[in-house]
Design a protein around this ligand. Structure first.
Ligand code: HEM
Length: 443
């Protein structure tokens, strides 16, 4: 086994094919005579060429450029009155995490310090399955109806004719959709150019619900606040770094963790009762609105510490798949329409981008056993030890959890099916009031 960096000196070992068969030569191809044709018998050459042809998987349709790290989440404050999720069950409890930082719109090879929303996605391996907490450096989103999402992304991405980036399509879209004003102010604020990603504040943007042991819910916003200094690059510094060190954020994070300088963040929630939501002057389920902290104060929950670099970038960062639908009992989605559409979008793209069984990969699988009725498909290697593959059955197959059901906070809905637009749009009050000035300092 080789361990550590490829830049470390290793004791050479016998090279093999993917099937473990010792290879005869790594620099000369099997030919018939010195000038003769290449023989198809050179299985090592054929295997290398065909494997190489399949090395790349589709890049993420958004957030393609990214890097990862691992660490843990530790509860520092008791919030069990809000949520019965076991991940919060006692102060001091630790849960392993894997995270990915990303840029939203530019491609995989783009420069870290491009002006681009920053993503901070956290996979928590809880005893009750995976909880994916996905954040952006923007406190609000640029749209509040998922119908516009694909158009918005098209307007920001490359021109399909010229394959060039242009700013006209973005500003055309933005000026036609005033609800994007607040998010666009965040995007072009210093918050988008942090000095390092260690100093990045992130927000889950959409509203969730927390459900306590009595089945009572509150609405909740998750906020991930950096414990490192939050400072921003100047535009000139960002421009300079684009050419001098396009992987600047990634390098800083990797080096910092490698040197034992572990970054940490405090997870904070804001909560709102249903009554407060009903009386709120803004729609708390609208992704373009933030919850003012003077009315909905930040409540500390715990800390996230990153203390390990990935050992295999492709396996642990490129193939990691986050989904807002990965919520554990005690945390539920709200009726925020953007969030509702995201519940579908992420795993759908991951089935295409990584494969139908992406949840079986070590980085994506939970620490607790998976017991379901799904079987087979490309690259499967788990069949759950011969457990029944149909339900109901008389052979002791897995049963639904009454504990999870008790935490489902049933809600009442009625109404005519119709494409509803906003009734009282106010796109500008919060945009006007939000203080987006941040300290901009030299590196
Ligand atoms: C209708 C709205 C949205 C849709 C349809 C959508 C869809 C997607 C898709 C398809 C991906 C790629 C996932 C993958 O390939 O693994 C993604 C990634 C991501 N999205 Fe969204 N998104 C939406 C809104 C948001 C919002 C509001 C946030 C704010 C938290 C957000 C944060 C992220 C982040 C951080 C990633 C990168 C995850 C990673 O590192 O793998 N998205 N989104």
């Amino acid at each position: 086994m080789y361990n550590g960096s490829i830049l470390e000196k290793h004791e050479p070992q016998v090279a093999t094919t993917g099937s473990g068969i010792p290879v005869r030569d790594k620099t000369a191809t099997l030919t018939a005579g010195y000038r003769g044709p290449v023989l198809i018998e050179d299985g090592d050459l054929l295997e290398d060429l065909s494997h190489f042809n399949r090395e790349r998987i589709p890049e993420r349709v958004v957030h393609a450029k990214g890097f990862g790290a691992k660490g843990f989440f530790e509860v520092t404050n008791d919030i069990t009155k809000y949520s019965a999720a076991k991940v919060f069950s006692s102060v001091g409890k630790k849960t392993p995490v894997a995270v990915r930082f990303s840029n939203a719109f530019r491609e995989r090879g783009s420069a870290d310090t491009d002006i681009d929303p920053r993503g901070f996605a956290i996979k928590l391996y809880t005893e009750e399955g995976i909880w994916d907490l996905i954040g952006l450096n923007l406190r609000v989103f640029v749209l509040n109806d998922p119908k516009i999402l694909t158009s918005f992304v098209h307007a920001v991405k490359r021109d399909p004719v010229t394959d060039l980036v242009n700013s006209t399509t973005l500003w055309d879209m933005v000026t036609l959709r005033p609800e994007s004003t607040h998010g666009i102010l965040w995007l072009f604020s210093p918050a988008t150019l942090p000095c390092t990603m260690r100093g990045l504040n992130a927000f889950a943007v959409n509203t969730f619900k927390l459900v306590n042991a009595y089945g009572k819910y509150v609405y909740c916003k998750f906020n991930i606040i950096a414990n490192q200094k939050v400072k921003s690059l100047t535009l000139e510094q960002a421009q300079m770094l684009k050419s001098s060190d396009p992987d600047y954020y990634q390098r800083d994070m990797f080096d910092s963790i490698a040197k034992g300088n572990f970054p940490s963040w405090t997870l904070k929630i804001q909560v709102m009762t249903q009554l407060e939501a009903d009386l709120s002057p803004f729609d708390p389920l609208d992704a373009t609105k933030l919850w003012p902290e003077d009315k909905y104060p930040m409540i500390e929950v715990g800390r996230i510490v990153l203390n390990e670099n990935p050992a295999n970038h492709f396996a642990e960062v490129e193939q990691i798949g986050f989904s807002p639908a990965n919520l554990v009992p005690g945390i539920l989605p709200s009726l925020d329409r953007v969030l509702q559409s995201r519940l579908f979008a992420y795993m759908d793209t991951q089935r295409y981008r990584i494969g139908n069984n992406f949840q079986q990969l070590p980085i994506n699988r939970p620490i607790n056993p998976v017991r379901n009725y799904q079987r087979d498909g490309h690259m499967t290697f788990v069949n759950q030890g011969g457990a029944p593959n149909y339900y109901p059955n008389s052979f002791g197959g897995p049963e639904p959890s009454s504990q999870a059901k008790n935490l489902s906070a049933p809600y009442y809905v009625s109404g005519y099916a119709y494409e509803y637009h906003e009734r009282n749009p106010d796109y500008f009050s919060q945009a006007r009031e939000t203080d987006l000035t941040m300290k901009v300092e030299n590196l």
